[in-house]
Write a protein that binds this ligand. Structure first.
Ligand code: HEM
Length: 546
């Protein structure tokens, strides 16, 4: 058939013999590729043929890799669950399960499932806690790191958090005063302007500056200075090898400033898309222009951690920060972490603890600005609780038990879902059974938080709507079982205590001082998803409360 075709081409277009050879070779290339995808589908080693999903996803991981690169993976997977039901096949060996009960089965302690090779695409320098897949290695690291994030230790970080929230509010106070003086509505440097008695700005970059300065200080002993400079900028080591070799002799290394928030976004999108592809393809896909840019982002981010750790070690300090606590940590054999492992771990904290918090803070602000009655109710709770106390920045003690504040934060974490996508795990020996379907050992399974957070059986018919009151109306145990912002089990967020404290202090302080409206209430809250689901922008009008 193929040769008939070639002969026909030759008849129509006079070709030389060697041209014909090239053409046959070209036409033959797709054959092994096709076979490599069709044969596994026909063999069906993971017993998944009965599970429905997009046609291309039955044969190849390309479909998921492509969807991930488009920035709306969780929305697409959610629509597929609406179409096909609880189980959706996302790749030849990957099933997404939209059932809150599956969270316990796939992610719980002791079930034996491990992170899939998706996480290899996130490795740089050295494996950190987040991307370590081996159980024993992970348990060793987790023992050291979880101690660092115990509630008792996290309370020691409160003064730093309050310091940067104070700097942040000083900046907004300054901009507000300037905006009141100039109500022309003409955008100045920094993209803000004054009009109608308000300051108008995109609050997302500001939350990024805040989160980066907090985590920069906690992880590396000094902030990046983004809030004070009102700029996305952090020093990165140009030659990482030199920096590692110099072992802290900062003078021998060259540093340049990079836009760290932007780099983190690029890296998240690159790794989340690359991770969806088979490992054998990854070195080749890296050569494509979009992926090459992501690869540079991974390198730059590593350089940022290397520079910050090198700086920290050349400037001895008796400050208590994450790095000093990681240095003190010991595994079961009494061994500390080596320098490279420490650097990778500090990088992990920087990545895991920065844009998670900033994007969540931004989403909470958006939903409050979009829902004035909720905002007023929250401000009343804050005024009643803190009215007579004139702290500029709230203390954790003041706000840790305010029920409406907690409901507002939880509701925004549910609706927005900063961690949205199903986190892929490999079924252990003996497989896993969910709703009577058995998934053999080796099957990749994931439970998408975005869809679980919209399950109408759990959250009610208005599950799509931001309504904190639902947290007081429905059975709390059922809600908590399906509320998955920090994931479950041995790989759940190790920084949850810190994240919760940060969000409580940030949101209570800012909402007590300012009142928000949306710049364009009719506009959809646009997001872009890499590993995290991030707002693209959040333009608000701000008024200082009397
Ligand atoms: C609102 C803020 C946050 C959210 C929504 C969040 C969410 C999550 C989620 C869903 C995971 C599981 C990821 C996976 O299994 O692939 C995770 C893991 C992790 N998080 Fe967070 N996180 C937040 C803040 C933080 C902070 C502030 C830190 C530390 C400074 C942190 C450190 C980590 C680390 C190290 C892991 C990996 C844990 C492991 O694999 O053992 N996170 N986080």
């Amino acid at each position: 058939m193929l040769f008939d075709l070639l002969n026909a081409v030759r008849y129509l277009v006079p070709l030389r013999f060697q041209d014909l050879n090239y053409l046959s070779a070209l036409l033959l290339i797709p054959v092994p590729i096709l076979l490599a995808h069709v044969i596994p589908y026909l063999r069906d080693p993971y017993n998944q043929r009965s599970i429905r999903g997009p046609f291309l996803a039955r044969f190849s991981d390309i479909w998921l890799g492509w969807v991930a690169s488009q920035g709306h993976r969780s929305d697409v997977v959610h629509q597929l669950h609406n179409k096909y039901g609880t189980f959706v096949r996302l790749a030849p060996n990957h099933v997404s399960i939209a059932d809150p009960d599956a969270l316990q089965i796939v992610y719980a302690h002791g079930n034996g499932s491990l992170k899939s090779n998706f996480y290899d695409a996130f490795v740089s320098i050295h494996r950190g806690l987040f991307n370590t897949r081996d159980r024993a290695d992970h348990a060793r690291k987790r023992k050291i790191v979880s101690h660092v994030f115990s509630q008792k230790n996290v309370l020691e970080f409160e003064p730093s958090i309050r310091l940067y929230v104070g700097q942040f509010m000083n900046q907004w106070d300054r901009l507000f005063d300037e905006a009141l003086k100039n109500q022309s509505g003409i955008e100045g440097e920094g993209g803000w302007f004054g009009k109608g008695g308000r300051l108008w700005l995109d609050c997302l970059p500001w939350y990024n500056y805040l989160a980066f300065d907090i985590i920069g200080d906690l992880a590396f002993g000094s902030p990046f200075g983004m809030i004070l400079n009102a700029k996305d900028s952090a020093p990165v080591a140009i030659s990482q090898k030199d920096v590692m070799n110099s072992y802290g002799s900062q003078n021998e290394c060259a540093y340049v400033d990079i836009p760290a928030v932007q780099i983190l976004n690029d890296r998240g999108e690159f790794s989340a898309s690359m991770g969806a592809l088979p490992p054998a393809w990854r070195p080749w896909v890296r050569l494509l222009p979009w992926y090459r840019k992501g690869g540079i982002a991974v390198k730059n981010l590593a350089g940022l951690a290397i520079a910050a750790v090198a700086k920290r070690f050349t400037t001895p300090t008796d400050r208590v920060d994450l790095l000093s606590k990681l240095q003190e940590g010991r595994d079961d054999e009494g061994n500390p972490m080596g320098r490279e492992e420490l650097t990778a771990e500090a990088l992990t904290q920087l990545i895991a603890g920065s844009d998670t918090t900033s994007n969540s803070s931004c989403a909470i602000t958006y939903y409050l600005a979009a829902n004035p009655p909720v905002q007023h109710k929250l401000q009343k709770e804050l005024d009643d609780a803190l009215g007579s106390e004139d702290e500029y920045v709230s203390t954790y003690e003041q706000v840790k038990r305010l029920p409406y504040l907690e409901a507002v934060i939880n509701e925004a974490l549910r609706v927005h879902s900063t961690s949205s996508m199903g986190l892929p795990r490999i079924a252990p020996e003996g497989g896993l059974t969910i709703q009577d379907i058995h998934f053999p050992q080796g099957t990749v399974l994931s439970v998408p938080s975005y869809t679980i957070h919209r399950d109408t059986k759990v959250w009610g018919e208005d599950a799509d709507v931001f309504r904190p009151e639902r947290w007081f109306e429905r059975d709390n145990a059922t809600l908590q079982k399906a509320f998955n912002p920090f994931s479950y089990g041995p790989r759940a967020c190790v920084g949850r205590n810190l994240a919760s404290m940060e969000l409580l202090i940030i949101i209570s302080s800012i909402l007590r001082r300012y009142q928000f409206v949306l710049a364009d209430p009719g506009k959809v809250f646009d997001t872009r998803e890499g590993f995290l689901r991030k707002p693209v922008e959040c333009r608000v009008g701000i008024k200082r409360r009397e």
